[in-house]
Design a binder for this molecule. Sequence first.
Ligand SMILES: *Cc1c(COP(=O)(O)O)cnc(C)c1O
Length: 366
Amino acid sequence: MSIWNYANPQLKDLVAYEPGKPIEELARERGLKPEDIIKMASNENPLGPSPKALEAMQAALAECHIYPDGGGYKLRQAIADKFSVKMSQVVLGNGSNEIIEFIGHAFLKPGDEVITAEHAFVVYKLMATLFGATTIEVPDPGYVHDLDAMLAAITPKTKEVFIANPNNPTGTLVNQEQIDRFMDKVPPHVVVVFDEAYYEFLDNPPDTMKYVREGRNVMLLRTFSKIQGLAGLRIGYGIGSEEVVGVIQKTRQPFNANSIAQAGALAGLLDEEHQRKTKQVTDDGRAYLQSEFEKMGLEYVPSYANFVLVKVGDGNIVFQKMLDKGIILRAMAAYKLPEWVRISVGRMEQNIRCIATLKEVLEGKE
Ligand SMILES: *Cc1c(COP(=O)(O)O)cnc(C)c1O
């Protein structure tokens, strides 16, 4: 008798998420020194964490024998103040990814439908599958979410629509007009999730908070993993109406956001200087990478985030050859983009080494 006679059937064909390769793992596998490796695979902050966050976490460590504030009072209050909402409209997650799962717990049952773009962040589909829901992947011409087509895909079974803005791995953005047209028509039985993990990298971010203020069924997801440089802490947040967030709060474990993460995130949130520097490094690095791709005659998708999707031929081979040279990129076959790799923007010296190495690899001089 197979275990699959008892396990939930939707798990059988579920392919687990494959994260960016850790530096230590590559070092072990290839006998490289960790300090000679650069990881440009997970859209992490190349400047490291906010120094203020580090200081706050060191102070918090002394109290780590005490359970965290399960209500996350200080951090939720600071987030609420920053965005002029009530604390009751903010929920913390063990990474914003956890909130994607909460939304599933709150709204999905087997047979329901979730709508995403064809090349959307893959965690939406993973989570939908976990709950036995079906993911409708709507074509995204030019790798941009087609919100009109996503609207047209809504049925009475649709429970959630995910709009990743900018999207990962494509780096593309939908604009205010497209969002407004979508929100004008979306029916109330659908929860619209705006995943804004890269929000702080935008020069003119679309206003989605207005839909929260209007009490619409929306959730905005944000994270400390990207511009604040705190990916290892696993902390993110969601903002929605009091009603929606009230439901979501019931789905989480009491201490899902740990005390060190709460302390680091609070200091990181307030450290505008570190965020400003990170945005500058990202803007400069992205411009450099894109102009080099242009010179090399490589097709790329112009990005609004801290990574660029670039077409290199056989993405998996290029990924492997770059690994041999100590550079970790992200192969994109899991996103049905086998000819592409995604490169996270690094510090300038890292970007320069990455481009020089990519040239060697593509010219076959390895
Ligand atoms: C990186 C990323 C997140 C953030 O994940 P965390 O769990 O907060 O680290 C969420 N959504 C997208 C689209 C991302 O790329």
